[in-house]
Design a protein around this ligand. Structure first.
Ligand code: BES
Ligand code: MN
Ligand code: ZN
Length: 532
């Protein structure tokens, strides 16, 4: 039996299965709270009002703000009728729907909910379905941190759609497709959350790589492999090897490619690609890989960051199991692309290691040689993310993609600058940065661009190597980290997402759970789906 939230689009609202709560979206329009016109007058034995009494709304300070809830009726044995705000109905706002669903389901009295929607909405049917499903699933998805078992607080969400006059819409295909996609996205986010929340001595680099590889191998049109130490040495990943030296756990590098033009690797009957005569109909219909955009994602996979010999403080270390978020995000993006059938070739590269102060640890003053030959003077072993990303980005450039996007919990300075709900974006190509920012806006993941100030480049000059791994203390730490990374991106359009703040939440809000958040994954999927 599935223990996750099931979302069903009903063809007819009279078939709703004994809901515990009926959710009515409400908007604020012309200064008054409005129930949408087009709902039936009665659903599951509960009267649905055409309007909300202004005095009643006023008394409860209900203004139909995004995610605000108000119980309209509640009788023993009958479903609770719950109004939830979606804000201004004239503004297309996907996030309002996610927050509304999250708030309503968290306020729900029992395990079965029924959502009433009228179409057309402020956003298209697919977007509405996706926002509803994502907000709902993520609001109630919980993994018991003690048992590892999923424990959603809700079992079913049924959705009934209506046209003007309270008529059930039998086949809201766009809505159904949106719900299906929204569930794929939400499950991918849940995977990242669950990985981030694992205890660090259990989720070592080897286990993280193996766990993701197992899933990637099952995904259609995905090829994945793990590099072990011997291969990492052979490939001269000096940054990754340097960071891993202080740990008794071996490093890994996970690399996965989703290619929609590939002959399905899950198809037993697929003939070898060389025998053109026998290609499957699916392969014939598939796009030519030459015409597809190729994007390489690089994710920081530090499964625990103690700081190394430049040891962190006791409190600074408490959340450092989160430091593999970037790796989990980029690999979950590959899984999402595969399930959603994204029309772009997407490669994800994730160097994975612990950063520990062992007897063989790299020392401040050491010089490492990264994959692309750049020499790096390590002056602070706690600036380890950029060392492993140097190799990851070098590998990305070798693939000559159309764009590179890296995701990393890179600097505490990003948390100082933007707080813990906003990510920082930097990049060498403004069009790419703008596309990422637009995707972030749609996804409801707040991000803000920081400039790669060329004048600060001298801060990372080194007397004994090409560059050093820290800038001037207390000055623009996120930007100098970005400038460091830029040295490894060649002439490929590149964007860098510093998610040090939002990768983790210290309390649950809306559809964001406490602990790992999966931040940046929904932005990446939104961006990748916009290609081709
Ligand atoms: N993983 C940390 C960044 C971080 C800090 C993430 C706080 C989340 C919350 C990173 O490896 C790090 O330690 N960065 C140093 C860089 C400094 C030594 C130049 C930092 O931000 O202090
Ligand atoms: Mn560090
Ligand atoms: Zn780190």
């Amino acid at each position: 039996m599935s223990t996750e939230l099931e979302i069903t689009l009903l063809a007819d609202h009279t078939t709703a299965a004994n809901p515990d709560v009926i959710i009515v979206p409400t908007a604020r329009h012309d200064g008054a709270v409005k129930v949408p016109v087009g709902l039936p007058t009665e659903v599951a034995g509960v009267a649905i009002p055409a309007t909300i009494d202004p005095a009643f709304a006023e008394r409860h300070r209900f203004k139909a703000k995004r995610g605000q809830t108000l119980i309209l009726s509640q009788a023993p044995g009958a479903p609770t009728l719950l109004a939830v705000g979606i804000g201004d109905p004239t503004v297309p706002d996907d996030e309002a729907w996610r927050r509304a669903l999250a708030a309503a389901l968290r306020a729900a009295a029992g395990p079965r909910a029924l959502l009433l929607l009228t179409l057309p909405s402020t956003i298209t049917e697919p977007r509405l379905g996706e926002a509803v499903a994502t907000g709902a699933y993520l609001a109630v998805h919980r993994t018991d941190l003690k048992t590892g078992e999923p424990r959603p607080s809700l079992e079913t969400l049924e959705v009934a759609a209506f046209a003007a006059g309270g008529v059930s819409i039998q086949a809201a295909e766009g809505l159904a497709a949106g719900i299906a996609d929204g569930l794929v996205v939400a499950r991918a986010v849940a995977l990242v959350r669950d990985l981030v929340n694992r205890v660090p001595s259990e989720l070592t680099p080897r286990r993280l790589a193996a766990s993701l590889l197992r899933r990637l191998e099952k995904a259609p049109k995905v090829e994945a492999s793990v590099w072990r130490e011997a291969r990492i040495e052979e490939e001269r990943l000096g940054g990754l090897l340097g960071v891993a030296r202080g740990s008794s756990e071996a490093p890994r590098l996970l690399i996965a490619t989703y290619d929609p033009s590939a002959v399905g690797n899950d198809d037993e009957d697929a003939s070898p690609p060389t025998s053109r005569k026998y290609v499957t109909p699916e392969a014939q219909a598939a796009p030519d890989s030459e015409e597809l955009a190729h994007i390489v994602l690089v994710g920081k996979g530090v499964t625990f960051d103690s700081g190394g010999l430049s040891l962190k403080t006791a409190t600074g270390m408490t959340t450092m199991k989160t430091d593999m978020s970037g790796a989990a995000v980029v690999m979950a993006a590959i899984l999402g692309c595969s399930e959603l059938g994204v029309q772009a070739r997407v490669t994800a590269i994730a160097p994975m290691t612990e950063n520990m102060p062992g007897g063989a640890a790299m020392k401040p003053g050491d010089v490492l040689t990264a994959r692309n030959g750049t020499t790096i003077e390590v002056l602070n072993t706690d600036a380890e993310g950029r060392l492993i990303l140097a190799d990851g980005l070098s590998l990305a450039v070798e693939r000559q993609p159309d764009a590179i996007i890296d995701v990393a919990t890179l600097t505490g300075a990003a948390v100082v600058a933007l707080g813990s709900s906003m990510g920082a974006v930097m990049g060498s190509d403004q069009a790419l940065v703008d596309a990422v920012l637009a995707a972030a806006e749609t996804a409801g993941e707040p991000m803000w661009q920081l400039p790669l100030v060329a004048d600060y480049e001298s801060q990372i000059d080194s007397d004994i190597a090409d560059i050093k791994n820290i800038g001037s203390p207390g000055e623009a730490g996120s930007i100098t980290a970005g400038l460091f990374l830029q040295r490894f991106t060649g002439d490929i359009p590149w964007a860098h997402l510093d998610i040090a703040g939002p990768a983790r939440a210290d309390k649950a809000t809306g559809y964001i759970a406490k602990g790992g958040t999966g931040f940046a994954l929904r932005t990446l999927l939104t961006y990748l789906r916009s290609l081709g």
